[in-house]
Design a protein around this ligand. Structure first.
Ligand code: ZN
Length: 303
């Protein structure tokens, strides 16, 4: 028998945010890459939406296949616009911000927001929250309804401990001085600290990195806040362009104790019935890498 090497080793997937069909070389797919040609989503963003779908419906459904369901309430913490707009069109969802309207300080959410959302998305935010970060985990827990799910990502390492860059942070300013940036902190005991090795995300002078998490600390913070069913999503889902190249910084879901409603996705368009059947097939038959680039299982779902 003669085996021929595949002439096209690219990964074919259909974005679970915008529905665009893509082909990418496997080497271009990583947590912060593998951009969708339609919406620019990365693996991390598609993972967030996949985790959300699993939380709501127990299966992976593309946002473009869903009908509007305002009974589902959710919130995001500085969510990426690419999925925030789509979530707002499907659910009763609000994206919130620390420094802009609509404001939400996750370390101190208002009491009237407690127990109000079925899902909360926090993607690469908690590494920027001022210490002690425990308050943010508690805030997330408090916002959720019983049975509600936190969809959570942060960069984290597999080993060691969480590294707090500014454990005594109190009254501080970040200052640009010549070519360099400094953080000056006045501790609660009145002493001053100056840090010159500060790290920004999103460009110099943008969002300050407060810590580098480790996995065990993330899980234990979630547990201490009261969450259960904490799942680290290591699984790939090539059909929607999710291939994890590393075993760290993977997306996590955590549930507030309580009984969540049993939901079935409401599909949109004339293919609603077919979409239900197709989605079930898709759940149980994830396409291997490079297989079924435009296969019949997904091609008839409404767009
Ligand atoms: Zn897309």
């Amino acid at each position: 028998m003669v085996w021929f090497a595949s002439a096209n080793p690219s990964v074919a997937f259909r974005c679970n945010i915008c529905g665009t069909r893509n082909r990418l070389m496997p080497g271009l797919i990583s947590r912060e890459a593998g951009e969708c040609a339609g919406c620019g989503s990365t693996v991390r963003m598609r993972s967030v939406i996949r985790c959300l779908s699993l939380a709501l419906y127990g299966r992976s459904v593309r946002l473009t296949d869903l009908a509007v369901d305002r009974s589902i309430r959710g919130a995001g913490l500085s969510d990426w616009d690419g999925y925030a707009a789509r979530l707002a069109s499907l659910f009763t969802y609000a994206n919130t911000f620390h420094h802009a309207e609509p404001r939400l300080d996750i370390t101190d959410p208002p009491a009237n927001s407690f127990g109000t959302v079925d899902f909360l998305i926090s993607s690469d935010v908690f590494e920027h929250v001022a210490p002690p970060v425990e308050r943010a985990f508690t805030g997330a827990f408090n916002l959720l309804k019983p049975g509600g799910t936190l969809v959570f990502t942060v960069p984290y390492g597999k080993d060691g401990e969480t590294i707090e860059h500014f454990p005594s942070l109190n009254d501080f300013e970040v200052l640009e001085f010549g070519p360099d940036w400094y953080l000056i902190n006045r501790r609660t005991d009145g002493e001053y600290e100056v840090f010159d090795d500060i790290v920004f995300h999103g460009g110099v002078g943008q969002t300050l990195e407060m810590r580098v998490f480790c996995q065990t600390d993330v899980v234990s913070q979630l547990q201490r806040s009261g969450f259960e069913k904490i799942v680290i999503h290591r699984e790939n889902d090539p059909a929607v362009g999710i291939i994890h190249r590393q075993d760290w910084s993977l997306p996590i879901t955590a549930v507030k104790p309580g009984r969540p409603p049993v939901r079935k996705p409401r599909y949109r368009g004339k293919w609603r019935a077919a979409g239900s059947f197709i989605a079930q097939r898709r759940d149980t038959a994830a396409a291997p890498i490079g297989a079924r680039p435009h296969g019949p299982l997904t091609s008839r779902v409404a767009v």
